[in-house]
Write a protein that binds this ligand. Structure first.
Ligand code: SF4
Length: 450
């Protein structure tokens, strides 16, 4: 039998920044590291080297990532960089990370697990095989709590939105094989996951790159397409929540699955604007679709559908009239959840060259105006839920009760259902509650009688 104490440990510090897609990359790297017997720590102390998973989406994220690399270099000295910033060049075409921090050991772009592992092996050879430290749970290493998990279905994007540089960092759409995605979901379900958050850059486009090729799951042929994916996931006894869905006509096909309770009646659709001219300047996918009509049709099919969206204020050339068009759209669309960002130029994005940039202060002012405008709409929609009974999933217990979420609330970005008498519940429990009150973001509830 192997003697544990005789095996020299190798410890990798891991720092992860960025969006759920970056977190999903991080989980794959962590799973491989752990599978090969590396110890993992969230800091620098005692680490033999540090991997920094970066974000390069907007300039503020670039700064944050460069600072994190600088800190890791100062505290530890041996740093491997991965993630979106790793693929980003400056105006002169030089690699931003290497130019700013020439002492980093290696740099890779996003979704580059093999390259990161090669770099780790080169600078910190794997420890000798030891069955005690090589154990990785079948569901891999996850950065989310045990009861929910992200399921990344594709990488990259075929669109070229003018404010975005993700396609230049992550490349064109590459859909994961449907059999592999469904197997991963099954493993997560078996590990006790209660909610799956389906993510990608463009979830509705799943399978386009492989012409909806037929794959296999459990010996059964299944098309690589969002509808078939959702149908299969809907059989796995977990909440299934869709993020980053564009309003293509094909999305209509998913609504019956929501009506039947197979997947959650929730759509995260990043509309970004309502003015036709601005959407064209943004080069948004599905910008010419009749969005309000589509939303009305969705709600007809699934009356309790929750729609979340994000918008950009102060995009180059946005006039006051076009901004007001956006506010009018919000009045009509009555979206449940809205996030807003003041336009922030991203180096390398085509939108930077557009004429008539909106002054910084006005972009911010419009963002605040949009949020205030939406606040009344969201509050009214929350008030309409008072008195209703619903099923919620518990995320956390604290002195105020149980912090839970309903079908209408995605983790981290939406509101909570606070169960004031839920102290005895456990994280990951489903509970039936009655809604008694609300504020601007959250609902308050008590446990419903059985
Ligand atoms: S859809 Fe547009 S914003 Fe989203 S990743 Fe693709 S190019 Fe970027």
């Amino acid at each position: 039998m192997a003697n544990n104490s005789a095996v020299a440990t190798r410890t990798v510090g891991f720092v992860s920044l960025g969006c759920p897609k970056a977190a999903s990359d991080a989980e794959q790297i962590l799973t491989r590291l752990r599978g090969e017997g590396y110890e993992i720590t969230g800091g620098y102390d005692g680490a033999d080297l540090v991997v920094v998973n970066t974000c390069g989406f907007i300039d503020a994220a670039v700064e944050e990532s460069l600072d994190a690399i600088g800190e890791a270099l100062a505290e530890n000295g041996r740093v491997i960089v991965t993630g979106c910033l790793g693929a980003k060049k400056d105006a002169a075409g030089n690699d931003i990370v290497k130019t700013t921090h020439p002492k980093v050991l290696a740099v890779t772009g996003p979704h580059a697990t093999n390259e990161v592992m090669d770099a780790v092996h080169a600078h910190l050879p794997p420890p000798a095989h030891d069955p005690f430290i090589d154990l990785v749970p079948p569901q891999g290493i996850r950065l989310t709590p045990d009861h929910y998990a992200y399921l990344k279905i594709s990488e990259g994007c075929n669109h070229r939105c003018s404010f975005c540089i993700i396609p230049s960092m992550r490349g064109d759409l590459v859909s994961r094989p449907i059999g592999e995605v469904l197997k991963e979901a099954e493993v997560l379900a078996n590990a006790g996951v209660k909610e799956l958050l389906v993510i990608s850059q463009d979830t509705s486009a799943y399978g386009v790159d492989v012409k909806y090729r037929t794959g296999f799951y459990g010996g059964k042929p299944v098309k690589t397409r969002l509808y078939e994916l959702c149908k299969e996931l809907g059989e796995m006894d977990m909440w299934v929540r869709l993020h980053y869905v564009y309003p293509y006509p094909s999305v209509d096909d998913l609504l019956p699955l929501m009506a039947e309770g197979k997947i959650l009646p929730y759509l995260d659709v990043p509309f970004q604007h309502a003015s036709h001219r601005i959407l064209k300047l943004m080069k948004r996918p599905a910008s010419s679709e009749k969005v309000l009509e589509r939303i009305a049709a969705w709600r007809k099919m699934v009356p309790d559908l929750t729609i979340r969206s994000t918008f950009i204020t102060g995009f180059p050339g946005e006039t006051e009239a076009e901004f007001n068009e956006l506010l009018d759209f919000l009045d009509e669309a009555k979206l449940d959840r809205v996030g807003a960002f003041a336009y922030s130029p991203v180096s390398g994005a085509a939108a930077n060259a557009l004429p008539n940039p909106v002054p910084d202060a006005l972009r911010e002012e419009r963002k605040m105006r949009l949020m205030r405008h939406q606040e009344d709409i969201s509050t009214q929609l929350l008030e309409a839920k008072i008195g209703r009974r619903m099923t919620v999933l518990v995320d956390e217990i604290d002195e105020d009760g149980a912090m839970a979420r309903s079908a209408a609330d995605a983790p981290d970005i939406d509101g909570l259902v606070i169960i004031t008498d839920g102290h005895d519940l456990e994280v990951g429990d489903f509970a039936e509650v009655s809604i008694i009150d609300c504020d601007v973001h959250d609902l308050y509830a008590t446990l419903a009688p059985a």
